[in-house]
Design a protein around this ligand. Structure first.
Ligand code: PMP
Length: 461
């Protein structure tokens, strides 16, 4: 058989893909009929496909390629590390310089009370660590009944059995026997979809107070932790009303519930700070990290743990870990990624250049007849599609129909923009320039115009 490389014709690669590769979160038979788009190269904020199209990646891959594509320094570091020490574990009372350096760097960047890192290969694995860590923490403190973790509907915390249970995605719970016991979900602070006639501020308070109600109902002696993304990402970039997080923090403090901030998307510059927790003003006990930690160049995740939790956990053997916890190559690449972010003042670029330009472009789309609220924090943004802005109405079709049409028109116009039901979301590489943002705005508007025409034609408006 000829080598399977980019040099094969697209159709041949698609046929082989369909024959042997099962895609995540995909109806594979549908994809096989259509043929996967084959991505061959990437540079900056642009992808190239096997047909020679240049596609602007409005999603930074899966919310992860924060420093953009094509940074050769990361490849050099990976090659050097592979030659020197491609693998060794961190289980057997052994360590190595890349993981030591990375843990120390993360502790330096994280809020002052978070100085300890337990590494994993992904965000899902890190959240599985968190489930076991908070339960073990309370057991070690003589309170083994504190095992319930409260999470939120429409949260995304990963795809493994544990992290998928933490998440609040009903289609995921419907497959494979999720959730595991002692996970409890409360409502999300999604004012646009669920706020009714309440003001956003009142609604934010109400939704936060559901945590207090749940703690009282379940029993303070049963609840271990609350987990949430500072800003829900995969759920549709749901920016909570300003009243939400202060109230959550008050409740966690009052009942001594551990607060886990899932920073897998929000972390490493996405919100204009190193961590979304800083942006929303909370003090978590544990932060989940992945994605932007290595800008997606290597699979790596972890849990950043407070001094207080680490003191308890470090006194016992935690029977937990992954072969690739603290993988030397992934650690070295993540470290180089953080070096680039610091040396090139990427957070300053986000705060002073990219995020203001993106906000202007994004809010500008708000005058489109089909666009309701436009929301943005730093470099993550969403807009609600609606047939009636004032009443925040839904379309006369299954939720997600209009979103899917708009996503398809966006892809056709060479912009990757995602939809979550009828919300469009973007999360571009942080290095994007104002000129590229202007171009993104043009493509997004064309996509909206084209899907609007289709939606009207089909009588959904
Ligand atoms: N938490 C959040 C907030 C995420 O967005 C994701 C991935 N989208 C995960 C956890 C899971 O990370 P991974 O896919 O690396 O397992």
């Amino acid at each position: 058989m000829a080598a399977i490389t980019n040099h094969l014709p697209t159709a041949e690669l698609q046929a082989l893909d369909a024959a042997h590769h099962m895609h995540p979160f995909t109806t594979n038979n549908e994809l096989a009929a259509k043929g996967a788009r084959i991505i061959t190269r990437a540079d900056g904020v642009y992808l190239t496909d096997s047909e020679g199209n240049h596609i602007m990646d409005g999603m930074a891959g899966l919310w992860c390629v924060n420093i953009g594509y094509g940074r050769g320094e990361l490849a050099d570091v990976a090659a050097r590390q592979m030659r020197e020490l491609p693998f060794y574990n961190t289980f057997f009372m052994t360590s190595h310089a890349p993981v030591i350096a990375l843990a120390a760097k993360i502790a330096e960047l994280a809020p002052a009370h978070l100085n300890h890192v337990f590494f994993a290969g992904s965000g899902s694995e890190a959240n599985d660590t968190n489930i076991r860590m908070v339960r073990t923490y309370w057991t070690q403190k003589g309170k083994p009944s504190k095992s319930i973790i409260i999470s939120r509907k429409n949260a995304y915390h990963g795809s493994s059995v544990g992290s998928g249970s933490l998440g609040g995605m009903t289609p995921m719970h419907a497959q494979g026997g999720l959730p595991i016991p002692d996970i409890h979900h409360i409502d999300q602070p999604n004012w646009w979809a669920e706020g009714g006639s309440a003001t956003p501020e009142d609604f934010g308070l109400q939704r936060a107070q559901e945590l207090e109600k749940a703690i009282l109902e379940l029993g303070e002696d049963r609840v271990a932790a609350f987990i949430a993304e500072p800003i829900q990402g995969a759920g549709g970039v749901i920016v909570p009303p300003s009243t939400y997080w202060p109230e959550i923090q008050r409740i966690c403090d009052k009942y001594e519930i551990l607060l886990i901030a899932d920073e897998v998307i929000c972390g490493f510059g996405r919100t204009g700070e190193w961590f979304g927790s800083t942006t929303v003003g909370i003090k978590p006990d544990i932060m989940t990290i992945a994605k932007g930690l290595s800008s997606g160049y290597q699979p790596i995740g972890g849990s950043i743990v407070s001094d207080e939790v680490a003191e308890v956990m470090n006194a016992c053997e935690f029977n937990h870990g992954y072969t690739y916890s603290g993988h030397p190559v992934a650690s070295a690449v993540a470290l180089e990624n953080l070096r680039i972010m610091e040396d090139e003042s990427l957070l300053d670029h986000v705060r002073n250049v990219a995020a203001p330009a993106l906000a202007e472009m994004w809010h500008g789309l708000g005058d489109h007849p089909m666009v309701g609220e436009t929301k943005i924090v730093g470099m993550m943004a969403s807009l609600a599609l609606t047939p009636d802005k004032d009443s925040r109405a839904k379309f006369a079709a299954d939720a997600g129909t209009a979103g899917y049409m708009t996503r398809e028109r966006s892809f056709a116009n060479n912009l990757i923009m995602r939809h979550v039901y009828d919300r469009m979301v973007i999360s571009p590489p942080l290095i994007i320039t104002p000129e590229e943002i202007t171009e993104m705005g043009k493509r997004a508007r064309t996509a909206l115009d084209e899907s609007y025409a289709q939606i009207k034609e089909q009588g959904l408006f």
